[in-house]
Design a protein around this ligand. Structure first.
Ligand code: ADP
Length: 276
């Protein structure tokens, strides 16, 4: 049996549309051969996504690990550090460890979300109460640097409270992290054209149009430095997308560089009362 890997690309098409086939020639008796062709484009794409993902995770963990191991060298040599340096280095190591823990937590969240198609349970989520909780958490993260407003004009939402809290919390935390001090955030829940719309509007740095389609990809960041400095893992919006998909909701993003962004989660009407 022979296996031939042969990429075919239709003339004038982009690499993204290249298809990959395996072709097997199986002897059939003395005089005949059977030719089997299999389209393995999707399998190849998944393989390549998996190896990119592993490379990304390794890279993300390598940086903080290098910092920690560098500082540990000093600790091994007992007389190398005075008390103040010890404290300073220990603080830096603890920051890097926290960064790794956040990354691992986000990875575990993603893999849990991928393991099951639907939330374990659903209930009528009191949105007025959830919005107040989001504001309180946002205020604690902002530490007085921004103004947060909450507008709740919609009814309860059918869904998994813990997951919705996590998705909405990510959007609020991003608004705070990508906004200079003095900015304003509006967290709103309303019904528009029959759909339930949860939105977070900020007056922050904004996102250029060419980045918008890629924002929910794992580890995609517009400004790597800013993301890291504010404790970002690059996985927040990937988690949001997953949770919304499990609630048959979609994410829409409107943004203008220097003016701010609005991230909206749009839920189908059957997730609003009256429920059957
Ligand atoms: P991160 O941990 O880097 O914030 P996310 O997946 O939450 O990862 O977001 C991906 C990228 O999208 C961010 O790195 C940032 O460049 C951009 N982004 C997300 N939310 C906002 C926002 N409210 N304003 C500006 N840029 C944002």
């Amino acid at each position: 049996m022979r296996t031939v890997h042969s990429p075919f690309a239709a003339a004038g098409t982009s690499a993204a549309r290249t298809r990959v086939y395996t072709i097997r020639v199986v002897p059939l008796g003395d005089a005949n051969k059977l030719l089997v062709s299999l389209d393995v484009t999707d399998a190849r794409r998944v393989e390549s996504m998996r190896s990119t993902f592993v490379a990304n995770v390794s890279h993300e963990l390598r940086t903080p690990l290098t910092v920690v191991s560098g500082f540990l060298e000093y600790f091994i040599d007992d007389g190398a550090l005075d008390a103040e340096q010890r404290r300073q280095f220990a603080r830096r190591m603890s920051e890097q460890t926290a960064r790794m823990l956040t990354l691992v937590d986000d990875l575990l969240t993603l893999s849990r979300l991928e393991a099951e198609d639907a939330p374990a349970s659903e209930e009528a989520v009191d949105m007025a109460e959830l919005l107040l909780q989001l504001r309180a958490e946002g205020e604690s993260l902002s530490d007085g640097r921004h103004r947060l407003e909450v507008i709740c004009q919609g009814p309860a939402l059918r869904g998994n409270r813990k997951e919705l809290h996590s998705a909405f919390g990510n959007l609020v935390s991003n608004a705070i992290r990508y906004m200079p001090a003095g900015g304003e955030i509006v967290i709103e829940w309303a019904v528009r054209d029959g759909a339930g719309v949860f939105s977070v509007r900020d007056s922050g740095v904004g996102v250029a149009a060419e980045h918008l389609p890629r924002l929910t990809e794992r580890f995609y960041r517009v400004d790597r430095g800013r993301s890291r400095d504010t404790g970002g893992t690059g996985l927040g919006l990937a988690i949001v997308k997953h949770i919304l998909l499990r609630h048959q909701a979609s994410l829409s993003i409107a943004s203008e560089v220097g003016a701010g962004s609005t991230f909206s989660a749009v839920f189908p009407d059957w997730r609003l009362p009256p429920w059957k």
